[in-house]
Design a protein around this ligand. Structure first.
Ligand SMILES: CC(=O)N[C@H]1[C@@H](OP(=O)(O)OP(=O)(O)OC[C@H]2O[C@@H](n3ccc(=O)[nH]c3=O)[C@H](O)[C@@H]2O)O[C@H](CO)[C@@H](O)[C@@H]1O[C@H](C)C(=O)N[C@@H](C)C(=O)N[C@H](CCC(=O)O)C(=O)O
Ligand SMILES: Nc1ncnc2c1ncn2[C@@H]1O[C@H](COP(=O)(O)OP(=O)(O)OP(=O)(O)O)[C@@H](O)[C@H]1O
Ligand SMILES: N[C@H](CCC[C@H](N)C(=O)O)C(=O)O
Ligand SMILES: [Mg+2]
Length: 490
């Protein structure tokens, strides 16, 4: 393809190089081949502009970089926000893309919503895929990418690859990091959802306000003009519900609220049952009951948000609500790993924020007759300010708390545990995660429930950083089963 045609499609003015042939896109000089457009960005660890000479040497024909960057031997596409310009230029190259693309942002619930939306579309007969923390899930397979939002080149090439495989519907997870770094845009997004907002990632964003503004790029810029903006509206009045609605209205999006106070899908009553819950809902004047086969208010919220996304992209409401009654559990989200020999169920959940821990505990609470035993830790090289609040949330909702390690990365694990324990002074401290899970299972009687939170679907414990980083195989579900089996033999 010619650079001139790509620039025109992206709305970028070129001063030279109209006829230059483009063969691909890269943001890492080590991935540049002859004919590549190289994106040189200033990052957290490196300044990509330092690699421009190496990229040109490797055959880059154009470089998207800030106006002040030095480019010689290739066309300089200068833009003060080079990540955005690169995303839009690359999007013109990676075509076609699926016709129905939706995005989900929010602090918690993104992965669950995209996965549930994919399932609902599939049950409605569409060829659907999801992209997010669990990787890329297509009608045929699931492939892990390692990050919630892959880099922009992988994101766009995944999108066009899916379209070529015949996928027509894609739900993707728009993390705040991804939105802030323009890692997930350029494709026409016809509906977006905002699940909720609470503390996380302040190590990266610095303040709640900056974190929120990063998320709001979804409504302010990424969604197509006139797209549907779905906002969860819980029981209370929260500025984190009002403000996304204001952003969506200011942009002229079609605001669809969902929840107990929602106008598009109203959740009128929610009754927990032994294995799930009954949801009495109303949509456009029609009432119906969904027998959701998943427990917890938070899973009801995610399921209804997914319903709204499917309806907003043209699915029939009655088929959608029927599909919601057949949703399969999302890996690592309140997943029942095992029932111990004593009779206590052990649940694995991905809660790694104070709000998520509260939600996971609230989900299990109606099912606890004896003690709730919560095992968790906090990740290293991530928001340190959330640790004590996570401890407090666990202590408030559990009879017994065991604080352990969860991906210490480059930090001293004992320091992380101490920060969590500051919010849960009566908690037990068991450094090794396997020992902690074994201890919880040992303490659990028939009426009790064990919650192992923080790692969900993750397959490893990340220790060290940089060149010393190692990922030790670790799967909470598997370890819980092994510990329960060992306890049964003891
Ligand atoms: C802090 C952060 O988000 N970093 C991400 C970001 O890196 P960066 O742009 O800061 O890159 P950098 O390493 O400083 O390098 C700058 C530039 O130089 C280039 N470079 C670098 C070295 C070299 O030899 N040659 C070269 O060309 C790089 O490709 C890059 O374009 O962009 C990279 C590719 O797009 C990501 O891999 C990287 O994720 C790191 C590994 C990471 O840990 N990210 C986490 C925090 C993250 O993003 N998490 C969220 C999930 C959060 C959630 O779900 O709650 C996610 O969306 O996954
Ligand atoms: N709607 C919700 N409200 C409150 N808590 C939730 C909600 N949905 C999920 N959670 C909690 O957050 C955890 C993570 O859920 P999920 O993976 O769907 O979120 P996410 O936004 O994709 O997270 P991440 O930012 O890590 O990718 C769940 O295991 C649960 O504890
Ligand atoms: N995507 C989230 C996941 C955190 C999960 C938890 N296990 C941790 O390592 O903190 C993050 O990178 O902050
Ligand atoms: Mg996720």
């Amino acid at each position: 393809m010619k650079l001139g045609a790509l620039a025109q499609a992206a709305g970028i003015a070129l001063t030279e190089g109209e006829q230059t042939q483009v063969t691909g896109f890269a943001i890492d000089n080590r991935k540049v081949a002859p004919g590549t457009v190289f994106g040189a960005f200033q990052g957290a660890k490196f300044n990509g502009e330092d690699f421009i000479p190496a990229a040109v040497e490797a055959g880059a024909v154009a470089v998207v970089a800030r106006p002040e960057a030095r480019v010689s031997g290739a066309v300089h596409i200068a833009d003060p926000e080079p990540r955005r310009a690169f995303a839009h230029l690359a999007a013109a190259f990676f075509t076609p893309v699926p016709g129905h693309i939706v995005a989900v942002t929010g602090t918690n619930g993104k992965t669950s919503c995209v996965e549930m939306t994919r399932q609902i579309w599939r049950m409605c007969g569409e060829r659907a895929a999801s992209i997010g923390t669990l990787g890329v899930t297509t009608p045929d397979e699931s492939v892990s990418t390692g990050l919630t939002t892959p880099d922009i080149v992988s994101f766009l090439s995944n999108m066009s690859g899916l379209a070529r495989e015949g996928v027509t519907h894609v739900a993707y997870e728009a993390s705040s990091h991804g939105l802030d770094q323009f890692r997930n845009e350029g494709v026409p997004v016809t509906a977006g959802a905002f699940t909720n907002f609470s503390r996380d990632h302040l190590d990266y964003h610095g303040s709640m306000e900056a974190y929120f503004e990063a998320k709001m790029r979804l409504f302010d810029e990424v969604l197509e003009p006139g797209a549907a903006a779905i906002v969860w509206h819980g029981d209370g009045d929260s500025k984190w519900t009002a403000r996304p609605i204001e952003h969506a209205e200011a942009r002229g999006l079609k605001v669809l609220t969902v929840g107990p106070r929602g106008g598009f899908i109203t959740l009128k009553e929610r009754t927990p049952t032994q294995l799930g819950q009954m949801l009495e809902i109303e949509h456009e004047g029609v009432s119906c009951t969904i027998k959701l086969p998943l427990i917890g208010a938070y899973q009801a919220a995610n399921a209804l948000t997914a319903c709204a996304l499917a309806i907003a992209t043209g699915a029939s409401p009655s088929q959608v609500f029927d599909a919601a009654g057949r949703l399969q559990p999302v890996r690592g989200r309140l997943e029942r790993a095992v029932i111990t020999a004593q009779g206590a169920p052990v649940y694995v959940d991905y809660a790694h924020t104070p709000d998520a821990l509260e939600a996971a505990i609230a989900a299990l609470r109606p099912h606890v007759e004896g003690k709730l035993i919560t095992v968790f830790g906090a990740g290293g090289d991530r928001d340190q300010g959330k640790r004590a609040a996570m401890g407090a949330a666990a202590a408030k909702g559990s009879e017994l708390v065991i604080v352990t390690d969860d991906n210490p990365r480059g930090e001293d694990p004992a320091t992380i545990r101490a920060a969590v324990l500051a919010g849960a002074p009566d908690a037990h401290e068991v450094a090794d995660r396997r020992d902690a899970i074994a201890e919880a299972i040992r303490q659990a009687n028939a009426e009790d429930i064990v919650l192992v939170a923080g790692k969900g679907h993750e397959q490893g414990q990340i220790i060290g950083s940089g060149e010393n980083m190692r990922v030790l195989p670790f799967d909470d579900v598997q370890v819980a089963r092994e510990c329960a089996a060992a306890e049964a033999r003891a």
